[in-house]
Design a protein around this ligand. Structure first.
Ligand code: ZN
Length: 151
């Protein structure tokens, strides 16, 4: 049987050890800082949205717990190459998943790899670690020039 909990741990460990899209982009037109005071996670997200409104490239850097880093790694991997117009829906879907009832099956078809982060629901104090990168990207694309905070 497919065990989401095992997969969750494996993916977190893997993405924390070798985060995807880590570092500063050579070319980017939006960026923002994010901070989760509850855990101390700090992220900086860079994104390059091209003339066709596609997320041509996206990266992050920073320091944080395994969940915040793995979540940012998975987010960048998932959104790269997607239309920026899809971002609000993706954000909402992700936020819903990590705050939904533990017995609710994540919509794997729509969430893709992000579904493994549904495991975070078992550790409510870490939910903010998982959503930090999403708040940071939102702040970046809105050019708010404010530090995205989870509090
Ligand atoms: Zn954290």
């Amino acid at each position: 049987m497919f065990d989401l909990r095992d997969l969750y741990m494996q993916v977190i460990v893997d993405h924390n050890k070798a985060p995807r899209n880590f570092g500063v982009l050579k070319e980017y037109n939006h960026d923002a800082d994010g901070y989760n005071p509850l855990c101390g996670d700090k992220l900086h997200v860079y994104v390059h949205v091209n003339d066709d409104e596609i997320i041509e490239d996206i990266s992050f850097e920073g320091e944080g717990c395994a969940i915040s880093v793995a979540s940012a790694s998975l987010m960048t991997e998932t959104l790269k190459g997607k239309p920026i117009a899809d971002f609000p829906d993706s954000f909402e879907r992700f936020q819903h998943m990590v705050t939904s009832d533990i017995n609710e099956e994540p919509d794997e078809e729509k969430l893709g790899k992000l579904a493994v982060l549904a495991g975070v629901r078992e550790f409510p104090s870490r939910i903010k670690c998982a959503v930090l990168c999403w708040h940071t990207l939102k702040s970046a694309v809105e050019d708010s020039h404010e530090i995205a905070k989870t509090e």
